[in-house]
Design a binder for this molecule. Structure first.
Ligand code: PLP
Length: 413
């Protein structure tokens, strides 16, 4: 019998029944409402200089010529851009992404590219099709919080891999692969979120060789590669071991995060399962957004706009590095990224960035306490992630000065 929700509501009122926690699936036990969303809420209060979020600068968005992108897409594809489409993605976008990827040495045909709703969806889909409860996943330490949130509902156990300034330490990975059955290894080789570190060439080669030796599957999450402000691009892990690497990318950092356009290239079996998982999630990514994104790449807008984005962020990174140098003594250290959006700050043992956070917000500056990026409790209490993409140089300087003086008040000089 079909009963209207209104009637159900009335019945609930009459009996006092309500939905309680025991109605929830067991997997929700690993899906804690992240404390970080509270942190970001506070960070977005008016007047607060936020070095907390991971937002691209609004000035980097294609506002001035968005109408050209939509008109171009409409002219080429007509009403089909408002229609349902294939789960794998809008073919002109898959073709455009294949061209974009070839420039970063991921050589794949258009039909080997899957469009996802942000690269976050690739991570969720991989969790869904690869992780059974109790499976072990190797992750950098620290690692991207969104990946942990994406994987957690599938109830994995994490093996944390020690990392230093050159990224994950290959010996740590070798040890993990020898000691455990690792379902996959999740890595962010370029300008890592949260640390800003880049995996060195020698380590990329060592890790690719190790993957081959152990038959290990690697997830290469690469949202920041295009945002390189100095130095040379390094080969992707995919290019070094394509048969064992799932390459995940996104247009969130070079077009718009709000459009939710991600993509991946994966070994055929995994690609098929990602598509099946995606079908159940959202059928396909927005046709309109995919068509606009296709126009952005194939119309040459990305190529001409990317140098502007780099020119916007490079001095912001420089301002942050200079201010840290001027404001903090030698018992503090920080990463020196050559690109991306984040820098990683470590203080002396007495520093507790979580405790300090409300005081920092009182002084109108926000960051993310580093402990949230570790899978092992108790780690990273003296660390913080600092974002430099979303505020200008003057605000960065003021923010770092405020933060540094607060930190020095608690740890001494
Ligand atoms: C390492 C990493 N992976 C994935 C994502 C998700 O990006 P998207 O907007 O494509 O879902 C982010 C976003 O900040 C990220 O930093």
């Amino acid at each position: 019998m079909i009963v209207s929700t209104k009637a159900n509501g009335r019945a609930a009122q009459a009996t006092g029944a309500s939905v309680s926690e025991d109605r929830l699936a067991s997997r929700t036990r690993r899906m804690s409402a992240s404390a970080i969303s509270e942190i970001l809420k506070v960070a977005s209060r008016p007047g607060v200089i936020s070095l907390a979020g991971g937002l691209p600068a609004p000035e980097s968005f294609p506002v001035a010529y968005a109408h050209e992108l939509i008109e171009g897409a409409l002219k080429k594809h007509g009403p089909s851009i408002f229609q349902y489409g294939p789960t794998e993605g809008f073919l002109p976008l898959r073709e455009a992404i294949a061209g974009y990827l070839a420039e970063r040495d991921v050589v794949a045909a258009a039909d080997e590219v899957v469009i996802t709703t942000g690269s976050q969806q690739t991570l969720d889909a991989l969790g869904k099709v690869l992780i059974s409860p109790g499976d072990k996943i190797a992750v950098e330490s620290p690692t991207y919080l969104g990946a942990i949130c994406g994987f957690n509902p599938y109830q994995p156990d994490y093996v944390a891999l020690e990392s230093d300034d050159d990224g994950v330490i290959p010996e740590a990975l070798e040890q993990a692969l020898e000691d455990h059955v690792i379902k996959f290894v999740y890595l962010i080789p370029n300008f890592q979120n949260p640390s800003g570190r880049t995996l060195s060439l020698a380590r990329r080669k060592a890790i690719a060789a190790m993957a081959r030796k152990h038959g290990a599957l690697i997830i290469e999450d690469d949202p920041y590669r295009s945002l390189r402000y100095e130095g040379e691009h390094l080969p992707t892990l995919w290019s070094l071991a394509p048969e064992l690497v799932v390459y995940a990318g996104t247009l969130s950092k070079v077009l718009s995060p709000g459009m939710r356009i991600g993509f991946c290239v994966a070994p055929p079996l995994i690609r098929r399962w990602i598509v099946l998982a995606k079908q159940g999630m959202d059928l396909h990514t927005s046709s309109l957004d995919q068509a606009i994104a296709a126009e952005y790449i194939s119309g040459g807008y990305l190529k001409s706009h990317l140098p502007d984005i780099i020119a916007l962020y490079r001095p912001r990174l420089g301002a942050m590095l200079d201010s840290l140098e001027e404001s903090l003594p030698k018992n503090y250290s920080w990463s020196h990224p050559e690109g991306g959006m984040f820098l990683w700050l470590s203080g002396p043992a007495g520093l507790d960035t979580e405790k300090l956070y409300p005081l920092a917000v009182e002084r109108n500056v926000a960051y993310v306490p580093g402990r949230y990026f570790f899978t092992t409790p108790g780690e990273g209490n003296n660390t913080a992630r600092l974002n430099f993409s979303n505020v200008d140089e003057a605000a960065i300087r003021t923010g770092i000065e405020k933060l540094a003086s607060l930190m020095l008040e608690t740890t001494g000089r």
